[in-house]
Design a protein. Structure first.
Ligand code: SAJ
Length: 423
């Protein structure tokens, strides 16, 4: 089987770089997205997301006629599904979030009319265990004239696999090529074909397992990181109580040859690590005690930072009895979910700044070197500069360790440093 035409469904942070990579290795790639703006932008040879080096690759692929974006799927030899897998809204704070597979189902429905015998369908989206089998069931329901692995094993018309993406935002172009790839086919032939496809550009090893283990492998990687960050965050709260510098403590402990503690922060953000562990907890709530607790520890950290800000306001007013809360200026440094990116999605820094602007009657400044305009929900926040904020603010709250904030630190005001860089 040789894959000449490849279709990628979902042209976001994973789908677009993957589509562009196949195109730059000579494949004809049809990218599909429901977002007209994304489709138009890509067809102009431009990109609608921020990812280093991606713009040049997309520009060349489109100019060479190897990559085009469309709204409705067209026939291809392989389909890669890279759509979001969020969770359903919860009614109460104590409810365990349940995964929402509606975008995978919509993608299956969209490609079903153009599927043909011998096509390969790969689910790349991070998914709860069983999602690939579920996707195969949906495809079988929409196309009962074709056969699928569940009923026809190696003789099926359509091959299906789960090959989770594992690239780090900000390093996607390099990691797509270099990372090892977990290949979870529904049958051996499904895996073999998936390997053949990825070997177009993947230099890492393609390691074969079944679809359920591949699903769990991805969830395990992100849950492991979440648990480790929760350990660091819990340590930071313990150390604060005991008047110990947690950053010094961790650097000392990390000198032990078998210890490697991660860094505490204002909470865990992004659309992966703060989400994926719930896919395990929701399936096995009784068994997943540690993973569940880690989620709760990390989700509680933003409120801990906000409480520190409230204490700082009270301390400031006690020291300045002629002033009221309205006279207090608070500067929040960083809005992104991690350093040196512009991505504000599921960002603890963003949520903390937003909450402070709601509860505080005085001026709230934000300093975010990676964006030019503030989202509408930060209506009471002023986008400022390091120079102005560091001179003007009474309370300085460091939320993201962007490289710009490591160069200098404010010389006055009450400091709350959630990343330990202004010690
Ligand atoms: N964070 C800390 N302390 C640390 C490290 C991170 O508080 O020591 C915070 C960050 O500030 C951020 C959050 O954790 O808010 C997540 O950042 P991250 O850099 O750990 O991970 P992501 O979400 O950018 O990417 C992760 C990666 N997974 C792992 O490293 C196991 C990436 O490889 C995955 O492909 C990606 O999730 C994904 O798409 O699932």
């Amino acid at each position: 089987m040789s894959f000449e035409t490849i279709s990628v469904i979902g042209l976001g942070y994973i789908g677009l770089p993957t589509a562009a990579m196949f195109a730059s290795y000579g494949k004809s790639v049809i990218g599909v997205d429901v977002n007209q703006y994304a489709v138009d932008t890509i067809n102009r040879g431009e990109i609608h997301i921020v990812e280093p080096d991606l713009d040049a690759i997309v520009h060349k692929a489109v100019n060479d006629g190897k990559l085009k974006a469309v709204l409705i799927p067209e026939a291809a030899d392989a389909f890669l599904i890279a759509v979001p897998t969020p969770f359903l809204p919860t009614k109460n704070n104590s409810d365990i979030p349940q995964p929402d597979l509606k975008y995978i189902q919509a993608a299956a429905k969209a490609i079903a009319p153009v599927l043909k015998k011998s096509d390969l369908v790969i689910l790349e989206s991070t998914s709860p265990v069983g999602a690939t089998e579920k996707m195969a069931d949906w495809l079988a329901e929409y196309r009962n004239d074709l056969t699928f692995p569940k009923t026809h094993n190696e003789e099926s018309d359509i091959r299906i696999a789960h090959c989770p993406e594992r690239v780090l935002p900000g390093h996607v172009v390099r990691e797509l090529v270099e990372n090892d790839r977990v290949i979870g086919g529904l049958t051996n032939k499904c895996s073999e074909q998936a390997i053949e496809l990825y070997k177009t550009f993947v230099q890492g090893e393609c390691v074969v397992t079944n679809a359920r283990t591949a699903e769990m492998a991805k969830l395990t990687e992100n849950s492991c990181r979440d648990v480790q960050i929760a350990f660091a965050n819990e340590l930071s709260i313990i150390c604060d109580k005991l008047d110990i510098d947690v950053w010094e403590l961790i650097s000392l402990a990390n000198r032990h040859p078998r210890i490697n503690i991660l860094q505490p922060g204002p909470g865990v953000g992004g659309h992966c690590i703060a989400v994926d562990p719930w896919f395990i907890v929701s399936k096995t709530p009784t068994q997943a005690q540690l993973i569940h607790t880690a989620r709760k520890v990390n989700d509680a950290k933003p409120q801990w930072v906000i409480d520190k800000v409230k204490i700082a306001i009270a301390d400031f007013l006690q020291a300045n009895p002629n002033k009221t809360a309205k006279d207090v200026t608070i500067a929040c440094y960083g809005l992104a979910f991690k350093p040196d990116i512009d991505d504000l999605r599921e960002s603890p820094a963003f949520n903390i700044t937003e909450q402070i602007s709601i509860l505080h009657p005085g001026k709230v400044l934000t300093i975010e070197p990676n964006i030019e305009t503030l989202p509408i929900s930060l209506i009471n926040v002023e986008l400022s500069t390091f120079e102005i904020a560091s001179n003007d603010a009474d309370i300085q709250v460091l939320l993201v360790d962007h490289k710009q904030f490591k160069i200098d630190k404010p010389t006055q005001g009450i400091m709350i440093d959630a990343k330990g860089i202004w010690k």
